[in-house]
Design a protein around this ligand. Structure first.
Ligand code: XBP
Ligand code: MG
Length: 253
């Protein structure tokens, strides 16, 4: 059996689950309403705002580009409070089971665990959002499946900066060559590539038109035996769905 990859690193939003349109976006709008703001992020507008990673950074980007006349004393504190309210609403959506995992995610994670591969997460989202998704949508003990969960403000710069991937590699004490990353967006791919990491992209509804040049493989999902994945990058999968033999071949090609 090949030794590589020995580590699988997963992005969260758009990769483990389609969390954005019916999750984060809804939570942002509920928080705006709670604060008496008439802001309404439509699915279309949110798709534009998603180019900025990080919820707090996204709110500031929205103000600077769509509401430049908006004034409030202590803007940073205001944004932090608004974002904390949004996170509470998002956690409630997770607890209500409203955000299921994408196809193939649970299957591949279980295959990897059974084969003794190490697992990690590298995400821009807030840490509680990760534990909330894992516990509510994967398994009650799923947080323990991941040796390192690199999330949110644990690093100074968010994707497309490579910081979060450097953090995970350092905490895992592993070389990039021993890993494969799973991402859904151009920002995520750029961040992983900048950290020297091979990346498989599973496109999401918001990222389907992104530029994925340099990805090892671009597919519509990780696939399941009864729902094969479709290669979108011209490189044939060679397998009906993303599985360990394929990852070994890709990593040792
Ligand atoms: C996606 C993001 C996050 C989420 C919102 O993260 O950019 O900011 O959209 O979560 P990734 P927060 O694809 O890297 O998982 O509001 O907690 O930032
Ligand atoms: Mg993502």
């Amino acid at each position: 059996m090949f030794s590589r990859p020995s580590v699988l690193i997963f992005d969260v939003d758009g990769t483990l689950a389609d969390t954005e349109r019916d999750g984060h976006r809804v939570a942002f709008n509920l928080a705006f309403r709670d604060h008496g703001l008439d802001w309404d992020w439509s699915p279309e507008l949110y798709g534009q705002l998603l180019k900025v990673t990080g919820g707090k950074e996204r709110i500031i980007h929205f103000l600077n580009n769509y509401l430049p006349s908006f004034q409030t004393p202590e803007l940073e504190k205001f944004v932090a409070q608004l974002h904390a309210a949004k996170t509470k609403h998002y956690m409630a959506l997770l607890a209500a089971g409203r955000i299921p995992l994408r196809a193939g995610v649970k299957r591949l994670l279980q295959e990897a665990r059974e084969a003794g591969l190490r697992l990690a997460i590298a995400t821009t989202t807030t840490p509680v959002n990760v534990t909330g998704l894992l516990e509510n949508s994967l398994a009650p003990d799923a947080v323990s499946w991941f040796e390192v969960i690199g999330a949110g403000d644990v690093v100074p710069a968010k994707k497309p900066a490579p910081d979060i991937f450097h953090y995970v590699l350092k905490e895992m004490n592993v070389n990039a060559d021993d890993c494969i990353v799973f991402e859904d967006s151009a920002n995520g791919l750029l961040a992983a590539q900048a950290a020297g990491l091979k990346t498989i992209v599973t496109i999401s509804d918001y990222s389907k038109d992104d530029n994925f040049d340099g990805a090892l493989l671009v597919v519509d999902s990780l696939g399941e035996p009864e729902a094969p994945c479709r290669s979108l990058s011209g490189v044939p999968c060679g397998e009906p769905y993303i599985n360990l033999p394929l990852l070994h071949r890709l990593c040792n090609a």
